[in-house]
Write a protein that binds this ligand. Structure first.
Ligand code: KG4
Ligand code: ZN
Length: 339
């Protein structure tokens, strides 16, 4: 029989305040308070994000403990996102976690947010099979787009990345041009379901085989919309589904090109994706198809573990706890934290 090992995870790197409790790889609770305030500004406003974190953090942690049906005294350690992210947001989670761990007299564990998106694959869930090492992880979110060679839990090497915007930003900025509210990624995905992916063509930027570039795509969408709207003022409204489907098709195809390059360069055929954009139905479908088409073994996280969440932070916390990889009390948040 395994003994209980309750770890609390806390995530506050961007605009989601989240807390979760894990016990031996099984998530007992995962609470996410998404900050709606940013919608009216069309993007995350850092100062408003920090304030909302400060407001949300105590109730979110309370709720996570209550839902897990444990007392704070049952916790073995507290894991928190140290970076990368917005400094003001990270400071709230970092300071709260430090004080809570100190008060309870238990270890504090610092977690890299991007590493957590990758290690979320080790959360035990029905129908989910953990990847085997070594594997290729592609982290696709609003802040990052990277291809990582993962040799063990704590040995990761970035072998490719975006040279400008992140893929989530590309979705969100294109959506904004189309008049959709922030964050537009999920809406582009929704409208894409009803559209024709071949209706329009957008360029796929040329950079090094494992790198990405998305700023040109955003400009291409802007010029395309301006040009067509000049001819027909209702162009976007009349063609929204086709524009979204074509845009999503271009982005997904580009991501798949990069994965193919990574597979041929490393010889590794086991692929895992992570980050908010892995919620996208197009990339999910392409990865499922790749199993038969290319003979890859692909891992797609459960929907709730794709976007920012604290279960993934608690998961890394548990792995680090078992290795006694604790943070010292003078640990500081790191906006540009590397692996
Ligand atoms: O990982 P995440 O929650 O936060 C960051 O660390 O950035 O990712 C958020 C990003 C946003 O850009 C959002 O538009 C995008 O993920 N996203 C999607 C979808 N769901 C979330 N993009 C495309 N299709 C989706 N279904
Ligand atoms: Zn994220």
């Amino acid at each position: 029989m395994t003994t209980d090992c309750y770890i609390l995870g806390i995530e506050s790197s961007c605009d989601d305040t989240a807390a979760a409790v894990i016990n031996n790889g099984v998530v007992l609770s995962t609470i996410v308070a998404t900050q709606k305030i940013h919608e009216e500004y069309g993007g995350v406003v850092p100062e408003l994000a920090s304030r909302a974190h400060q407001q949300n953090i105590v109730p979110v942690v309370h709720q996570a403990l209550r839902k897990a049906n444990i007392d704070k005294k049952d916790l073995k350690a507290i894991a928190f996102t140290r970076g990368p992210g917005l400094m003001g947001s990270l400071l709230v989670g970092t300071s709260f976690s430090k004080s809570f761990a100190l008060g309870l007299g238990i270890p504090l564990i610092d977690v890299n947010h991007m590493q957590a998106h990758i290690l979320a694959h080790f959360i035990k869930a029905e129908g989910q099979e953990a990847p085997n090492f070594p594997f290729i992880a592609m982290t696709i979110s609003g802040g990052h787009t990277q291809i990582v060679k993962v040799t063990s839990y704590f040995e990761m090497e970035v072998i490719g990345q975006t040279i400008d915007d992140a893929v989530g930003e590309a979705f969100d900025k294109a959506a904004k041009i189309l008049g959709l509210p922030y964050p537009g990624g999920p809406l582009v995905d929704k409208y894409a379901q009803q559209g024709n992916p071949k209706a329009f063509t957008f360029p796929k930027p040329k950079v090094a085989p494992l790198d990405f570039s998305f700023s040109g795509l955003k400009t291409a969408v802007l010029y395309f919309v301006e040009r067509e709207t000049a001819k027909n003022p209702n162009f976007v409204a009349e063609n929204l589904a086709d524009i979204c489907a074509s845009l999503q098709y271009t982005i997904v195809d580009y991501l798949m090109d990069k994965l193919k390059n990574a597979v041929s360069q490393t010889g590794i055929k086991e692929i895992a994706i992570g980050g908010g954009v892995s919620a996208n139905s197009g990339i999910r479908r392409a990865l499922v198809d790749a199993e038969t088409k290319y003979g890859w073994k692909t891992h797609i996280p459960k929907f709730e573990y794709c976007t920012d969440n604290a279960a993934m932070i608690a998961m890394v916390g548990e792995l680090k706890y078992k290795e006694k990889l604790f943070a010292t009390s003078d640990v500081i948040a790191s906006a540009r934290m590397k692996f």
